[in-house]
Design a protein around this ligand. Structure first.
Ligand code: 5RP
Length: 262
């Protein structure tokens, strides 16, 4: 079945397959959002179905919760579980220190809460997400709808004092309407091109009234699994300082899936 996958989906799939090897019986697992994370959710469903693995999932979005239910993962809320053993999620960008931009799918708030409530965060990605310096991908910032244009103006004014290359922002749309997050908020995408000091930017952004959270995930990711279309993966562990290369067998996925729905 994986023979029908595009090269990019193969890369995402093998990253997901390798990442679920970190999951052990009985674990409470944060389930990320996005097309790469959707592969991971389906791989976990396969482990439950075929190997009888018992896990509890905490979803980071309504669409991940729906997919998890479809593939047979028991899902609880974070309030029911309180703390997680690990979270596996995708990313829009990662830098050499495994700092991330997330929120391309609009789920950054729940994703950050869930990842922060986890002993370990494992990020799954392909090489297209790799950058030397964060910022080429527009930085998503979740803002409350009330007074969003004032919040946008305040953000743009604040950016003029920070080490970034671009200062424009745009309201994310869903058709002609504003995109709404699961919490009913809006997303502003900041077109910064280069973020010189992500820590400073994150702190300053979150001090602006109206900003709920930003998509910089700094010092949160422990392990990065990079998948390649040829079936190889690279596993970078920031805590151990190790980098390992492996090959994933992708021929044993007869009962798996074609469409990720993402
Ligand atoms: C959703 C996210 C995703 O993890 C990120 O957008 C990557 O998505 P994909 O795996 O589809 O490229 O942060 O809010």
């Amino acid at each position: 079945m994986t023979a029908q996958l595009s090269p990019i989906d193969k890369a995402k799939y093998v990253a997901a397959r390798r990442a679920v090897e970190f999951v052990e019986d009985g674990m409470r697992v944060g389930l990320g959002t996005g097309s790469t994370a959707a592969w991971m959710v389906r791989c976990l469903g396969e482990l439950i179905r075929d190997e009888g693995m018992k896990i509890t999932g905490v979803a980071t979005s309504t669409r991940t919760a729906k997919l998890a239910a479809e593939v047979g993962i028991p899902v609880k809320t974070l309030d029911e579980v309180r703390w997680l053993d690990l979270t596996i999620d995708g990313a829009d960008e990662y830098d050499p220190n495994l700092n991330l931009i997330k929120g391309g799918g609009g789920a950054l708030l729940q994703e950050k809460i869930v990842a922060t409530a986890s002993d370990q965060m494992i990020v799954i990605a392909d090489l297209s997400k790799q950058v030397d310096t964060l910022g080429a991908y527009p930085l998503p910032v979740e803002v409350i709808p009330f007074g969003w244009q004032t919040t946008k103006a305040l953000i743009e004014e604040m950016l003029s004092n920070l080490d970034v290359m671009g200062r424009n922002s745009s309201l994310r749309l869903n058709g002609t309407d504003p995109f709404r997050t699961d919490e009913g908020n809006f997303i502003l995408d900041l077109h910064l091109r280069r973020i010189g000091n992500p820590t400073q930017l994150s702190l300053v952004l979150n001090q602006i009234p109206g900003v709920v959270e930003n998509g910089l995930f700094l010092d949160i990711c422990d392990v990065l699994v990079i998948g390649n279309a040829d079936g190889t993966v690279e596993v970078r562990d920031i805590n151990n300082g190790t980098v390992e290369h492996e090959r994933i067998d992708i021929n044993d996925t007869e009962n798996l899936f074609v469409e990720t729905g993402e």
